[in-house]
Structure formats: C-alpha cells, structure tokens
Design a binder for this molecule. Structure first.
Ligand SMILES: [Fe+2]
Ligand SMILES: [Fe+2]
Length: 305
C-alpha cells in the first residue's frame, strides 16, 4: 500500500560495479577479499523490496581478464540472480579482456570485437556499451560503435533506454588524476544520445558514487563492490580503501528515475523500527499516520513508544 504520493516503480534494477575478481579468488592487491565482498552484495539483493528485475554490472568484472575470474563471477552472481528471478547484464571494463569476456560470459567464440549488446527489460531498453580500448585503461568508442548506437536509438523503446558503460562521461573533480583515464572524445557520444529516448547513463570505473548529467541525460556512477576511493587524502594522488563498498539501486518511474547508493558494510545500528510495525501503520488512515509520525509532540516522536 502507498504511504505517500508515488506509486510503485515500473522497473527496478540493481547497479553493481567493479568486482575485480582474480583467478582462484585471490585477494586483490594481496589484501581485498573481492569474492566475499561480491557475495555480500548479491546476498543483500534478496532483502530489497521491490526485488531487482535485472543486475547490471558496469565493468571491471575481472581484474586481469582471467577466464577463471569470469567463471567464478558467474558462479557467484547467477545463482543469486536466479533466486530472485533477475536477469544479469554484463558490461566490459578496462580491466576486462574481450576474448574471455565473450567466451566465458556469453559462450561465444573469443573475439576482439566490441562487446555491445541490447537487452529488453519489459520494455525498458538497456544498452551495454563497450568503452574499452585494447591495451589501455582509458575509454573510447569507435565510429562503428557510435553508428551502431545511433541505429539502436533510432527507434524509441516503450519505456525508453538506459545506457550502461564502464567509463562514465562526467568530470571527476575529487580525483583529478582519473581524468587521464576517462572516456575520450565525449562530444561524439553526446551527439548520438542527445534528444533520444535515453533516460539514464549508468557508469562505474571511479570506485566512488557520483552523479551528473551528460547531454541533458542523468548519469549515475555506482561505487565498487571490491574497494573504493578515499576522497579527502591531501597527501595521496589516489587512495584505495577496503571500505565503503556499495551498490546502487535504480528505480524507474514513468516520469523519472531514482538512483540510491546502498552501502554493503554492516555498521552498528543506532536506531530502528521493526518491520513488524508495518501492518499497524497500514491499518491507520493517512490523517492518523500524519498525527502519529509527523506531529512533533506525538507519542511516537516523544520517544514514549
Ligand atoms: Fe575498477
Ligand atoms: Fe575501470
């Protein structure tokens, strides 16, 4: 039942990024248990209401592009997705390699061709766009990819389009060094997406959550599941920390999209309200709810309950 003015979203997507798995489940940088962090992320999904219909992973799936890392990724993600009936949508990142990505995740012949794919999520089109450059960490899209994307977007989708990329087309004011590894020639992409049915761009790569716009389109970057960036470190150019891992939830409404960062870490709880109270709240009239929970001197807000 509605407790406010908005109905249910038309589509719910979990946006995860940068698991950076290694073969054998080896710790990243000798220290980060990327497998445990990813398992915690996908386990958390089943507690979300509404459940996500799709899990979109915006790249850097494997840290070194090793086949075993992709197999390990599937063995962790696919059962969790199946348990909640969610589709899995992969995106290439600069740490991935096209050949094992195509072979291990899609069962296709190994290929060096761009890994661009289109998914239909109940009328919401999700474009997985490969911004990687062989042998480099920065991003780029070649003219054939831009032509392909222009052709895809020529026909609007019933609920519009979400583009999922690894390199987000946004400034990085808190981590200027990352600008060297950004998506090059962003103007060419802007020319393709401007004025189309693209409603959001999902990105990764930065290992911290940030939001902006690109050619008038909202951009949401999910933090990483492996490690994240400390952003207030005056004596460091870049500082990765085994903390603050998070995913993002994407709730699509008819007239807008809501992006919410959901941290993975279990911190000590300082206040709570039991889920069992929901039925009691739903039994009240809207006026009773306002008096009980909005009114500053209500029994509830005086802390007597
Ligand atoms: Fe990454
Ligand atoms: Fe990256």
């Amino acid at each position: 039942m509605l407790l406010g003015q908005y109905g249910a979203p038309t589509h719910t997507i979990a946006h995860l990024s940068d698991p950076h798995l290694l073969a054998g489940g080896a710790p990243l940088h000798g220290a980060v248990d990327t497998v445990a962090h990813l398992e915690r992320a996908v386990t958390m999904l089943r507690h979300l209401d509404p459940l996500p219909q799709a899990l979109v992973f915006t790249g850097d799936l494997a840290d070194l592009g090793e086949p075993d890392a992709y197999r390990r990724l599937r063995s962790i993600v696919e059962p969790a997705a199946a348990a909640i009936g969610a589709e899995v949508i992969w995106v290439m990142g600069n740490h991935d390699e096209r050949e094992p990505y195509a072979a291990e995740l899609f069962g296709e012949q190994p290929t060096s061709a761009p890994q661009d794919r289109v998914h239909d999520l109940d009328g919401l089109r999700i474009v997985s766009l490969d911004t990687t450059v062989r042998g480099y960490h920065h991003g780029a899209l070649d003219s054939s990819q831009l032509d392909w994307l222009r052709g895809v977007l020529a026909t609007p989708a019933p609920h519009g389009t979400v583009i999922a990329v690894h390199h987000p087309p946004v400034p990085v004011p808190l981590m200027p060094a990352m600008a060297m590894l950004e998506l090059f020639d962003q103007g060419a992409l802007a020319d393709v997406v401007r004025g189309t049915d693209v409603r959001a761009i999902l990105g990764g790569h930065l290992h911290y959550s940030t939001h902006s716009t690109f050619a008038g389109i909202p951009v949401s970057v999910a933090a990483a599941t492996c490690y994240t960036m400390a952003l207030a470190t005056p004596d460091r150019l870049i500082s990765g920390v085994d903390a603050n891992q998070a995913i993002s939830m994407v709730h699509v409404y008819d007239d807008r999209i809501v992006h919410t960062a959901v941290p993975l870490v279990d911190q000590p709880e300082t206040s709570s309200f039991p889920a069992s109270a929901r039925s009691r709240i739903e039994a009240m009239t809207p006026e009773e709810r306002t008096e009980a929970f909005s009114r500053k001197d209500s029994t509830f807000n005086r802390g007597a309950e």
